[in-house]
Design a protein around this ligand. Structure first.
Ligand code: ARG
Length: 464
């Protein structure tokens, strides 16, 4: 029997009775942390290479470890690997199998290492890879939204504040607002990555180790940007996971806001967009229904991801230094955050390609809401009125239009002139939706010329 064949034997002769089955199940993590297997093998191989280089293990041991790990890699990839609950976690499972395969060399692998620095390293390596995938998905989503923006630069949407019609905006401009959000999310992910990508290995259990380890070498082998400089901190803090969960929560909050808009826009009361049938579902009782389940679910899943952030940050708050078993609880929230985020980003990028806008419905809504009232006020200011007086004058004009049940642009010149004598025929250029759009030609404004310039900038940025 190899030393690690039974979990109760993993610790030593110190224990006089085996662990109870209930405790075994309660403390085991293998059924979720086996997801870390590739990172675990990579970390072990780098550690072993360093031990050999430093003369702590022999070249033969290293060759045996490499050979054994290669077989384990194949076994896990093919599904043949026999994961054992008795061996608690991914680390002990792989190490026990290695020893089974290569004997003493396998038993030497853990020299100068603890599962405390091992697990922290594994989670960081794994998360680094996931961050790279997520960054790519954030770029895909931006590209999809850019295409949608490009197709709808000249489509006028009523912009809202307080969900009341405010001013006309280009639908393209509205989409670019989300591109900005997801661009910042991308930036945040890459910034978090720098702090994820540091090496805890070599901290051992908590205090460092008596072997002449070369941690810088291991960091280079693993493509890490640096080495955690304090052994206690290295094994205990999970701030990198919390930071990631926070960045992920922000992505989801952005997705959720967009979802809320899609749901509203798709309702009969707005009728601004249609979402391709493949992203909607019917009702089992109401035959006329087409429900925006995808955006609704994304909005719901935002709560789940924010919940994981709260779980992770709460997990940390009461822990004394250094490692505590509490930290095993970091994995499921982290894994689920990554899964939820990746699925959501993928589906949103695809769904963006399935959105059809209904320009007429948007324009009608803008007209019903007097979206160009500010333009009339600005017009009067340019004719010499103080802004506050112009504001008051336009309020009277809106009141008149409301009682005539028409838009400001539909009031005859004579009627408009009753509100102010300075109003001339040219006022109608300012009262049209398109006139209003074109007039907002400042950096970051909604004029189609600005929107096109922004699309160009984003395209270049995303091509780089
Ligand atoms: N499964 C453990 C975790 O996820 C590995 C580290 C265990 N270390 C220990 N000293 N019990 O954190």
């Amino acid at each position: 029997m190899s030393q690690l064949d039974h979990k109760s034997a993993a610790w030593s002769a110190l224990f006089s009775e085996p662990m109870s089955d209930l405790v075994k199940r309660y403390t085991a993590s293998v059924f979720f942390d086996k997801r870390l297997w590739q990172a675990d093998i990579a970390g072990s191989l780098a550690h072993a290479a360093m031990l050999a280089r430093q003369g702590v293990i022999s070249a033969t041991d290293l060759a045996d470890i490499r050979r054994g790990m290669e077989q384990i890699r194949q076994e896990i990839a093919s599904g043949a690997f026999d994961w054992k609950l008795d061996l608690e976690d991914v680390h002990l499972n792989i190490e026990a199998r290695l020893t089974q395969l290569v004997g003493d060399a396998g038993k030497r692998l853990h020299t100068g290492r603890s599962r405390n620095d091992q697990v922290a390293t594994d989670v960081r390596l794994w998360l680094r890879g996931e961050i790279d995938l997520i960054a790519g998905l954030l770029e895909d989503l931006q590209r999809a939204l850019l295409t949608l923006a490009e197709q709808n630069v000249d489509v006028v949407l009523p912009g809202f504040t307080h969900l009341q019609v405010a001013q006309p905006v280009s639908f393209g401009h509205h989409m670019l607002a989300y591109v900005e959000m997801f661009a910042r999310d991308h930036e945040r992910m890459l910034d978090v990555r720098r702090r994820v990508n540091r090496l805890p290995l070599g901290a051992a259990a908590l205090a460092g180790t008596t072997y002449p380890l070369d941690r810088e070498f291991v960091a280079r082998e693993l493509g890490m940007e640096g080495v955690c400089q304090n052994s206690l901190d290295a094994v205990s803090d999970r701030d990198f996971a919390i930071e990631f969960a926070s960045a992920a929560s922000l992505v989801m909050v952005h997705v959720s806001r967009m979802s809320e808009e899609l749901v509203l826009w798709m309702s009969q009361n707005f009728g601004f967009i249609r979402i391709a049938d493949r992203f909607t579902t019917g009702s089992s009782i109401m035959p006329q229904k087409k429900n925006p389940d995808v955006p609704e679910l994304a909005r719901g899943k935002t709560g789940r991801v924010v919940g994981h952030l709260v779980a992770l940050i709460t997990l940390m708050k009461g822990q004394p230094l250094a490692y505590n078993k509490d930290n095993q609880e970091d994995k499921e929230p982290l894994f689920d955050t990554v899964d939820t985020l990746k699925d959501t980003l993928r589906i949103f990028a695809e769904m963006a390609g399935g959105i059809t806008v209904v320009p007429q419905a948007m324009e009608q809504a803008a007209l019903r809401g007097y979206a160009t009232a500010t333009d009339l006020a600005d017009y009067l200011v340019k004719k010499g009125l103080p802004f506050r007086d112009a504001h008051e004058t336009v309020a009277h004009a809106v009141k008149a239009a409301t009682s005539h049940n028409c838009d400001l642009s539909e009031l005859p010149l004579a009627v408009l002139q009753q509100f102010h004598a300075a109003i001339g025929k040219d006022v109608y250029d300012h009262l049209s939706l398109r006139g209003s759009l074109n007039a907002r030609n400042t950096l970051g404004g909604t004029a189609p010329a600005q929107v096109k310039a922004q699309i160009e900038r984003h395209r270049k940025r995303l091509a780089a």
